[in-house]
Write a protein that binds this ligand. Sequence first.
Ligand code: ATP
Ligand code: MG
Length: 381
Amino acid sequence: MIVLVLGAGQLAQMMALASKPLNIEVRAYDVGSERVIDPLSLNVNYGDLTENIKIADVITAEFEHINHDVLKMCEQSGKLFPSSQAIKTGGDRRLEKTLLEQVGVANAKYKIVANKTDFDAAIESLTLPLIMKSALAGYDGKGQWRLKSKSESEAIWQDIQQFIEGDTSGQPQAIVIEQMVPFDREVSMVGVRSQNGQTLAYPLTENHHNNGVLSISLANNQHQHQQLQHQATQAFDKIANKLNYVGVLAIEFFQVGETLLVNEIAPRVHNSGHWTQQGADTCQFENHIRAVCQLPLGSTELVRPSAMINILGTDVIPNSILSIPSMAIHWYGKSKRSGRKMGHINVCGKNKAELISRLNQLSEILPIADFPDVSDYVKSL
Ligand code: ATP
Ligand code: MG
């Protein structure tokens, strides 16, 4: 069986690794070179997209910002899962907000803005501080502005206007202006839905960001958070069912007191689900492949408390971390660039205390220059 993944980054790579034992071959469409390649070796060229759409049994995606003509071509083959509509919804904050309203899932108060008149009206009607996000093509905190006081609004509008004018996507760009949510913490739910509508969710994961980028995810035994898990599962089911979704879908939430508000949805395997490679019965990558290939879904049970730490902008870390038990390093084989996601570390423990103790050992070894926030976060646990 051959699965063609749209996108040839680390997510396609980890899908390939999880697929091999199932005797499923993953090929990846690199949107830059417009070639289909082996996501692991990167140097095997399988030819162009049209040819590979014919060869593939199933087509899926590792990211949501895919050219709409490509999505259309894949959908016409009848092999694309999730649907192009689901992928587009995750890639456009306007569609995302509309979906959340349709299914009645709580999210931050917002306005959609395409010109200066809308912009001024939005600032008047919402309560500051505000966060402004590009409707299309936003990821890792890019295409975002924060407005704390009205005096900054003219300067921010100049910046936004330039951004909108410089957009090359060929689709109408806009800005979603949201009220800043005074959250207690950020959590996410990664779940999977099969073609016959069965859904399974992993336990809620706590996410710690640094400069708008995910730094650490913590999946602990969630017995004390049953109510939150229930809320998140309900939101997951509503969203996934409405989209008639097939595959792994992630939902990022803000926790305010005992309430969850959706931040955004990602129609794909997600960075906050990488811990499942070592901490869950079936990892998110295998479950995504199982769902899109019509295989029975695997258990999403957490088998041991786990944490994931992103390796950002560096291609060396001390290998001595491997002497700590239950430690796994996953490099993506990418060339180094400042802030780039280069790999991640998964660490587990048989209980929370053991996990924290291992995280403490780890944070003593990791260089502070490359992992500036890890030590403080671990101390706060
Ligand atoms: P990523 O790709 O890393 O998920 P992104 O570019 O898609 O990021 P968001 O997830 O929308 O962007 O925002 C990045 C971070 O900014 C959030 O994780 C959160 O910390 C903060 N943030 C976003 N929206 C709000 C909000 N309405 N209130 C408070 N904080 C927010
Ligand atoms: Mg996000």
